[in-house]
Write a protein that binds this ligand. Sequence first.
Ligand SMILES: [Ca+2]
Ligand SMILES: [Ca+2]
Length: 236
Amino acid sequence: MSSQDVQYLLKEGRPIPVYWRSVRLSVLCSLPTLLPASIIQLTSPTQITGSATTINFDNVADGTVANTLYQGQGVLFSRDDGFAVPVYDWAALGRTTTSPPNVIATVSGTFQGHVVTTFALALNLSFNGPEFELGAFFGNDQGFGGYTQTTLSVFDINHTLLGSVSVPTNNNTSVDQFIGLQSTVPFFSARFENNGTNLSVVLDDVKFSQVPEPPTFSFPIIGGIALLALKMRRGV
Ligand SMILES: [Ca+2]
Ligand SMILES: [Ca+2]
């Protein structure tokens, strides 16, 4: 359908809803790709303002394999080497976490019959849909093996890196530090990674949200579209 056809239909007073909805949808869907992603670091889970999902890992027994356990809540967990990632009783070790007793941990061991021969320095999250905000508390940061910071990175639907944030460890084993971010471009996967060589990723209260903050850059564009629509409706 050409623009002249559209103008004709509008002037004839014929209905346009389906066409207009498709135009509006295509423009809105293209907005995130117009500008590079802007990553904003969050310092508290309270800054995740959208309708969020929080996973505290406390609903199942120690050693439960978590890779697909929370798929119904929108997220898969994995390691690069494909080994199982268990829910882990952190309190049983005499250690502190934000929601005791359990965390998720890239540790070695045998979990529901799955033998995991080594620890891992990174934990990957894959989401069922587009996300805009993500954060978690991290720990297991007992200050050796060169572990001095955790990095959280997010990726678009094509697995292209959108950006990352880092938080230095406080070296007390406790899961007591938050790392999080908000992105202006939707992300579909994420990666928590410890630097150094010796210590597993340990997270608790993983929180993510699909509802974006309104990006300021979109208002002039949407305003322009609305003005154009008004003019089109008036045939001017
Ligand atoms: Ca917990
Ligand atoms: Ca700590």
